[in-house]
Design a protein around this ligand. Structure first.
Ligand code: HMG
Ligand code: MG
Length: 303
C-alpha cells in the first residue's frame, strides 16, 4: 500500500503529557501550551480531561484552561470524558471532540477506570448518545492494544471487539493505544491490519508511548497499513498514572522530523514545536526526551 501523503497530528501533551506530573502546573502555563501548539499549526489538540480530580488532580482545571485559550479557527480541541458528568463539563467548556476511553485488557480497565470492559462500554453509551445529539465529534480510545502492564499479552480479537463496540456507538475515530510502549512494528502491523478490516483506515489513529523506543518504527508500520493519524506529545511528555513505568508519548519533534524526511505533510511548523518543547521542559523541570528536539535546539543555539 502506498504511504499516505498527509498525516494528522493530534497533540496530546496538554492532557496525556501533563496528567502524570506530580507538581501542579499553573493554569496559565497549560493555556500557553495549548495556544502555542495551535499557533504552530497543530490541527487537533487534546487539551484537557474532565475526570475525577481525586483520581487525576493535575486535570482539575480543565474548564479554566478552555476558558483561557485563544481558539484557532479550524483547530479541534478534544477532552477525555469518562461519564456524563465529564461530558456535561466538556460541552459547557466548548469542546469540539469528546474521547471515551476503555481498554482491550480487562485488568487495565479495572485499574484505570475502575470497572470491567463491558461495564465501561455501558457507561460510555450515554456519553456517546449525548455527544451525537450535541453534534460533537466522538473518539474512542483503546488502551493496552499492544500489551498490558497487569495481564501481559492482549489478543488482537479483543482490540477488534472493542473497536466494533465503539463503531456501534458512533465513534468517528478509533485510537489504537500502546499505553506502555511495548509493541513492536510487526505486531503493530498485524493489529492495524485487523482493525482496518472493520473500519476505514482514515478513521484510525496510532497512540504510541515510547517506553521501549519503538514508537517511530511503530508509526512507520502503521503508515504502511494506511493509517494517517498519530498522537504525539511535545518533548515526549506523558504517561498514564495507572500504567506504572510507562513513559511519555512519542515526541512530536521526532515524528515531525521523520515525516518531513519522508515528504509527508502535517501543516505543522517544526521549528515552533522545537521551541515549545524546550520551553515546556523548562517549566516542568525536566529535560526534553525528544532526540530530534534536543538536537535541533542545540543546532539553533550554536548557529
Ligand atoms: P469511580 O470512583 O469509579 O466512580 O470513578 P464515581 O462515579 O463513584 O466517582 C468518584 C468520585 O469522582 C465522586 O466524587 C464523583 O463525584 C467524582 P466524591 O463523591 O467521591 O466526592 N467524579 C467526577 N468529578 C469530576 N468529573 C467527572 C467525575 N466523575 C466522577 N467526570 C471515574 C470513575 C472514571 C470517574 C474515575 O475512575 C476517573 O476519573 N478516573 C480517571 C481516569 C483517567 O483520567 N485516566 C488517565 C487517562 S486515560 C490514559 O491516559 C490512556 C490514554 O492516553 C490512551 C493510552 O495511552 O492507553 C487515553
Ligand atoms: Mg496515553
Amino acid at each position: 500500500m502506498p504511504l499516505p501523503t498527509k498525516v494528522k497530528i493530534v497533540e496530546v501533551s496538554p492532557r496525556d503529557g501533563l496528567q502524570n506530573e506530580k507538581e501542579f502546573i499553573a493554569t496559565s502555563i497549560k493555556i500557553e501550551l495549548v495556544d502555542r501548539l495551535s499557533q504552530a499549526g497543530v490541527p487537533n489538540v487534546e487539551a484537557v480531561s474532565f475526570v475525577s480530580p481525586k483520581w487525576v488532580p493535575q486535570m482539575a482545571d480543565g474548564a479554566d484552561v478552555m476558558a483561557g485559550i485563544q481558539r484557532r479557527p479550524g483547530s479541534i480541541y478534544s477532552a477525555l470524558t469518562p461519564n456524563l458528568r465529564g461530558f456535561e463539563a466538556a460541552l459547557a467548556a466548548g469542546i469540539d471532540e469528546v474521547v471515551i476511553f476503555g481498554a482491550a485488557s480487562e485488568a487495565f480497565s479495572q485499574k484505570n477506570i475502575n470497572c470491567s470492559i463491558a461495564e465501561s462500554v455501558a457507561r460510555f453509551e450515554p456519553v456517546a448518545q449525548a455527544a451525537k445529539a450535541a453534534g460533537l465529534r466522538l473518539r474512542g480510545s483503546i488502551s493496552c492494544a499492544l500489551g498490558c502492564p497487569y495481564q501481559g499479552e492482549v489478543s488482537i480479537a479483543n482490540v477488534v471487539d472493542v473497536t466494533q463496540r465503539y463503531l456501534a456507538m458512533g465513534c468517528d475515530e478509533i485510537d489504537i493505544a500502546d499505553t506502555i510502549g511495548v509493541g513492536t512494528a510487526a505486531r503493530v502491523g498485524q493489529v492495524m491490519r485487523a482493525v482496518t478490516e472493520v473500519v476505514d483506515p482514515a478513521r484510525v489513529s496510532g497512540h504510541f508511548h515510547d517506553t521501549y523506543g519503538q514508537a517511530l518504527a511503530n508509526i512507520l508500520a502503521a503508515l504502511q497499513t494506511g493509517v494517517s493519524i498519530f498522537h504525539t506529545s511535545v518533548a515526549g511528555l506523558g504517561g498514564c498514572p495507572y500504567a506504572k513505568g510507562a513513559t511519555g508519548n512519542v515526541a512530536t519533534e521526532d515524528v515531525l522530523y521523520m515525516l518531513r524526511g519522508m515528504d509527508i505533510d502535517t501543516g505543522i511548523d517544526l521549528d515552533a514545536i522545537v521551541d515549545i518543547g524546550q520551553w515546556i521542559s523548562g517549566h516542568i523541570g525536566h529535560k526534553s526526551s525528544s532526540r530530534a528536539g534536543n538536537a535541533l535546539a542545540a543546532r539553533k543555539a550554536n548557529a
